[in-house]
Write a protein that binds this ligand. Structure first.
Ligand SMILES: Nc1nc2c(ncn2[C@@H]2O[C@H](COP(=O)(O)OP(=O)(O)OP(=O)(O)O)[C@@H](O)[C@H]2O)c(=O)[nH]1
Ligand SMILES: [Mg+2]
Length: 321
């Protein structure tokens, strides 16, 4: 049978029209990286770059899901289509389903505008961040205006997932003062917007000041000053200010990225860089070589500076290509 070139496949047409059944199926295919995945990736590619991708991360229990709920409510009331990806890298058993369910239950009245998907660490971390990135793309192609990623910010893998979002909201709670020091530096480092949630509780302003003081240590950007906002997700206080800050940051991103649509290229570069780093580390730790041995020795004895040693190892790796 002669098939006309360039005519979208029926599934693709349905997906681009936001058909939820096709979207769910496409996500499963991408998550499991089965053979059909590449056809989906090729099909959706021309249709990417429209959604705003916002990540919410922070320690367990700070109120991320409750805050995401309030934000979703506000977006849905504006008539926007919202996709939510709840990622729980630490929980292969629940499959992230608990995170997703909490949002689903609280957002019953907006289900028509809402599409929620949970992802968990069925695969290794790199696999999970790759899957999250693909799910973002397919939700984008399916016409979601805003895609929200919620992940518990407790370690390197979570930071990697949170970085998939172009706008990263780091959520804290009041009184976690000393804990803040303990939060992996990485998580504050990636924040585009900081939130002290549960501002109905004592110590909010104290924590807000502490966070601002920590931000001073970060390198200043010419076009954006990370705001530290107070919210109370349970009664909605400060959520519209948070939404405004997210929109404002979207404007900054558009300026930085002159065509406004990089179709996920920066995200792909980060995923590739992480994957290369993981692979190189694994190879280095698994192989024994006299040359590596002598480099380590030289650093230990103070004959070689660490940075110089790093460059030497990179040269060594490249010369083996
Ligand atoms: N007082 C107060 N409690 C809140 C607020 N936001 C959330 N909570 C409560 O904090 C608890 C944890 O809220 P979640 O939204 O599940 O927190 P989370 O960060 O998503 O938790 P994990 O997904 O388990 O990491 C719940 O009992 C919420 O009702 C708030 O603004 N004020
Ligand atoms: Mg949650």
């Amino acid at each position: 049978m002669a098939v006309k070139k360039n005519r979208p496949k029926p599934w693709l047409k349905r997906l681009l029209n936001g058909d939820r059944t096709v979207l769910s199926r496409a996500i499963s295919v991408l998550e499991n990286e089965t053979n059909e995945a590449s056809a989906i990736i090729r099909g959706i590619y021309p249709h990417l770059g429209n959604a705003m991708v916002v990540g919410f991360t922070g320690s367990p229990g700070v109120g991320k899901s409750t805050l995401v709920n309030s934000y979703i409510k506000l977006l849905c009331e504006k008539g926007l289509q919202v996709g939510v990806i709840a990622v729980d890298p630490s929980s292969p058993l629940s499959g992230g389903a608990i995170l997703g369910d909490r949002i689903r239950m609280a957002a019953q009245e907006h289900l028509r505008n809402l599409f929620i998907r949970s992802l968990a660490s069925r695969c290794h971390v790199g696999g999970l961040s790759r899957a999250t990135s693909r799910v973002v793309d397919v939700m984008d192609a399916a016409g979601m205006d805003v895609i929200i990623i919620e992940t518990v910010g407790a370690g390197q893998s979570e930071v990697e997932i949170a970085e998939i979002a172009s706008t990263k909201v780091v959520v804290c709670a009041p009184g976690m003062g000393d804990d803040i020091q303990a939060i992996k530096a990485g998580i504050l480092e990636i924040a585009d917007i900081l939130v002290v949630n549960k501002c109905d509780l004592p110590l909010t302003n104290h924590t807000n000041r502490q966070l601002k003081a920590m931000l001073v240590l970060r390198e200043a950007l010419p076009d954006w000053t990370t705001p530290v906002l107070n919210t109370s997700a349970i009664d909605g206080t400060g959520v519209s200010e948070l939404s405004d800050a997210i929109d404002e940051y979207k404007g900054v991103l558009a300026q930085r990225n002159s065509d406004g649509k990089d179709k996920g290229k920066k995200r792909m570069l980060r995923l590739l860089a992480n994957s290369v780093a993981d692979k190189v580390k694994k190879d280095l730790l698994e192989t024994t070589s006299l040359e590596m041995d002598s480099i380590c020795d030289a650093v230990l004895k103070g004959e070689l500076m660490f940075n110089e040693a790093t460059n030497r190892v990179i040269d060594k790796l490249l010369s083996h290509q």
